[in-house]
Design a protein around this ligand. Sequence first.
Ligand SMILES: Cc1cc2nc3c(=O)[nH]c(=O)nc-3n(C[C@H](O)[C@H](O)[C@H](O)COP(=O)(O)OP(=O)(O)OC[C@H]3O[C@@H](n4cnc5c(N)ncnc54)[C@H](O)[C@@H]3O)c2cc1C
Length: 458
Amino acid sequence: MTTRTTLALPKVAGRVIAPDDPEYDKARSSFYGGFDLRPAAIVRVADANDVSRVISFVRETGTEFIVRSGGHGVAGYAVPERGIVLDLADMRSLDIDVEGRTAWAQAGLTAAEYTKAADAHDLATGFGDTGSVGLGGLTLGGGVGYLVRKHGLTIDDLVAADIVTADGQLLRVDADSHPDLFWAIRGGGGNFGVVTRFKLRLHPVGTIVGGMMMLPATPDVIHEFIALSEAAPEELSTIANVMPAPPMPFVPAEHHGKLVIFAMLCYAGAVEAGQRAVAPFRALATPIVDMVKACRYPEMYPPEDPDYHPIATGRTMFMDSVDRGVAETIVEHLNASTAPMRVTQLRVLGGAMARVPVDATAFAHRRSRILVNVAALYESADQAPLHEPWVNGLTAALKQGDSGAYVNFLVDEGEARIRQAYPGPTWDRLRAIKRRYDPTNLFRLNQNIPPATDASQP
Ligand SMILES: Cc1cc2nc3c(=O)[nH]c(=O)nc-3n(C[C@H](O)[C@H](O)[C@H](O)COP(=O)(O)OP(=O)(O)OC[C@H]3O[C@@H](n4cnc5c(N)ncnc54)[C@H](O)[C@@H]3O)c2cc1C
């Protein structure tokens, strides 16, 4: 359906959703609430030709635009009222080569959709911890999820991509063809063009031992949980969300609001070995809820409420260790917050992710030990000033030696922080590649890497 917009948009095979369209409000919303995007049109492209037409249009007319796949970006770039959203949500085809163990996946697919389809062949690619996240943004930033220690980041399984660059051309990039661009899109985000589809490697996964385990969050349990995660076999990846227990039906009422570790565990290997690997976590304290069991891998992505749009302030960082003192700091700060919900998320890294050389891709944090996210969730956007100081205070209290940042969890924090996502030579190399493929910085409403100004830069 095409509705009326004041822009003279090119004809596309997909859909144009303008402000007078009944779908407009739903189409302009993101996963996170609190962003009020009112573009002149949302262009739901149908194929790479549509993408190319839209890119040529925005380049020639100077129209501001953002690119969107799954709409789970955490930074919320504002597009002006005369601007457009180039939306890949209708590009969701998946072509699995079972023999070759690869899949061509369009960027609008979600992690859950891909994972379910691949599971029909006992295969999987690692994405993040949430099924509704889009492949587009997640893959281009890196992709840290339940298979990170066993199989690495999502980009470690990226073998090729189709990308429309700023000049409107569709390029196939891989290790041999445009290797510089292939390097840059593995971590460099949406700076280099619109990726229409990814070719991803699949691994035999099938049955795992995984699910949610809720433990009381005392400093000792938090510290020991992290120590166990570090010592665990690589098959096991864990995510520890230290937070007040939500009033969910499966959580006994006496624990509601008390601090717990809402942990997600995933052992991708033989079931018996998996049961052995999770046993020490069960022994840390009597679990409040224990849903960890042998199950199919897609069960790590339970159904989600499509109307859930949390409003949050978050900060991301890396840490080297969580000793008992650090765990105590986390508990103290979480108890002191007035936000209705607040969380410190700890993800122990290492394993396959850490074996990839630091300069092999644009994701340069291969040696980082623990990925940490601190967030406060509240009812309305105007409460942000109440909770931001708390988020900043806990982040500052947790700071250790590693000043890096994972770009996919960065909010709009300015260039200095983007540089920390791309430290040292990574930044210079990305800027040189940006200059080659997007010299006018057409793709700028993102975690922006400006083109190098000096042609002699590497
Ligand atoms: C609830 C939740 C859980 C998350 N969990 C994880 C996790 O476990 N692991 C992890 O690694 N990350 C996680 N993330 C972060 C997530 O990877 C990023 O927010 C990612 O950008 C989302 O991708 P998207 O396509 O859904 O978002 P969008 O909002 O659609 O896109 C985000 C940005 O990516 C770029 N982009 C998107 N698609 C394309 C494309 N096709 N071509 C070029 N550029 C594009 C654009 O710059 C855009 O601004 C999570 C986010 C949320 C909200």
